[in-house]
Design a protein around this ligand. Sequence first.
Ligand code: ADP
Ligand code: MG
Length: 477
Amino acid sequence: MEWETVIGLEIHVQLRTQSKIFSGSSIAFGAAPNIQASAVDLGLPGVLPVVNQAVYPKAIAFGLGIGADISLVSAFDRKNYFYPDLPKGYQITQMDKPIVLGGSVEIPLDDGSVKTIQITRAHLEEDAGKSLHEEFIDSTGIDLNRAGTPLLEIVSEPDMRSAKEVVSYARYIHQLVTYLGVSDGNMAEGSLRCDANVSLRPVGSSELGTRTETKNVNSFRFLERAINFEVVRQKEVLESGGRVEQETRLYDPDRDETRPMRSKETAMDYRYFPEPDLLPIVIDEAFIAEVKKNMPELPREKAERFQSDYELSNVDAKVLASEPMLADYFETVAATCSDPKLAANWVRVELLGRLNKDSIETSDIPVSSEQFGLLLLRINDQTISGKIAKDVLDALWKTEADSVDDYIDANNLKQVSDSGALEPLIDKIIADNPKQVEQYREGKTKVLGFFVGQVMKETSGKANPKQVNELVRKKLS
Ligand code: ADP
Ligand code: MG
């Protein structure tokens, strides 16, 4: 039996505010335990939460960023459960009326295409505290500094079909929230954490299989591994005639496996009800317009502009606009060489190909966009051929060179377009290969390629291929 993998992702993004979502405590990272926990965060009796107004523009900016509906009225709910790091006995979250509804993103895939991932909702909530198991013998420490940290939980539809797609989606969201200033995106500090819901179903089936939820994965690499582990595990369970248990699991990076944590609760277990201590959130159109005014150009707006201004194909435009840093890079390359289509082609094929192959992030491209653009300019002004340009790019990539022009000069790579230099060489090659000349004259014009190839070989690829073609043809007839 062939199985199809189905994955939906929940991403918890920490919002970039000064203080917590319902109290004035700082959320700065790294403070000594429980220094940043006020009476509200501790859940002491008699205290009341007050919403930090700074969370609204962040949630709205994200919603606009994914083309979602912003709820003009949304509300907080209580999710009740017992855990030592949750002194109130409930988490304030949004269940029935989230602030962001719907929306989608277009993610680039490895094969160069783009895929649309639908987003179900994004809602505001508070983080819980942290249990410290390692520091103590025979006991567990509780640090409530993190309790009440503002989060936006982004829930996707089960639209992803492989760990690779999930990582591409998570990277996209990470870039978007960082670019919009919604979050600092610091994954090592826990600012973006993923819960991966994974299930399998027979290929061709339209029903969803039973899923497991692997919680709190805080790196893209672990996310990919955790999902791949789950896929193999579930397949083994199903193929040995068993049933996948719906449960919450944990990924252990040291052993590279997921382990059951608890059986899955349902919404019923949490006894959700409207938070009586907080009024509904009411947002008006003017406020949304104000947020929009202060936002940078969004990936989807960029893609449209790339299509209309640079006449790029739909896919080229979407891929290049998908990451702000990549988009900026492309625009500098295009401006430097004055040939947006050539720039789009080279950035997609040569740049992205190399980034992919060497696992390099867009923030760490070893070649400046100016030099990349200059390289393409040197193709267009016939200084070098496209083939030589790839060699130059390899040298720049390995940082063996930092200037395109210096490297071309130093290695004597200038294209030979001087017919005075090419003609004697062509004459010699024709004289040395009478058999091929005969074939050509008998009508086998395909041997033209042989002569051009010989010239390119003799000039180490530096001859202008178009010109060689013309010269050889002229001389043979
Ligand atoms: P809960 O809040 O209990 O975790 P939700 O229904 O809100 O459950 O779903 C959470 C996430 O799980 C969503 O991203 C959704 O797309 C995904 N999901 C739901 N069912 C499945 C399934 N059978 N296989 C894979 N993902 C699923
Ligand atoms: Mg969940």
